[in-house]
Design a protein around this ligand. Sequence first.
Ligand SMILES: [Zn+2]
Length: 110
Amino acid sequence: MRKKHPNIRKNDKVIVRTGKEVGKIGTVLKVDVEKGRVIVEKVNMIKRHSRPSAKTAQGGIIEKEAPMHISNVMIVCNKCAEPTRIGKRKLEDGTMVRVCKKCGEPMDEK
Ligand SMILES: [Zn+2]
């Protein structure tokens, strides 16, 4: 059996649906299928204190994206630019592609 696959993938554009950053749009940097979490560029930033190292000569505070639950974001269609749900469509050659339920366009370039 295949693991249930989240419809959101790396490099997708998503919009935040809940929380203090609702409405923010960012690119998915990482999807954690096991935990059902995503990391979205510049969203849900947390501050971390870092020790001096080779990279950061003086140490200090660095900002970093914290993972958020996948249900807190919704994919944004890159064709119609609307937050949307994802459908599936089978192509003539049998491959499945994700399609936007609003405009019906494929979400995956190929
Ligand atoms: Zn669309």
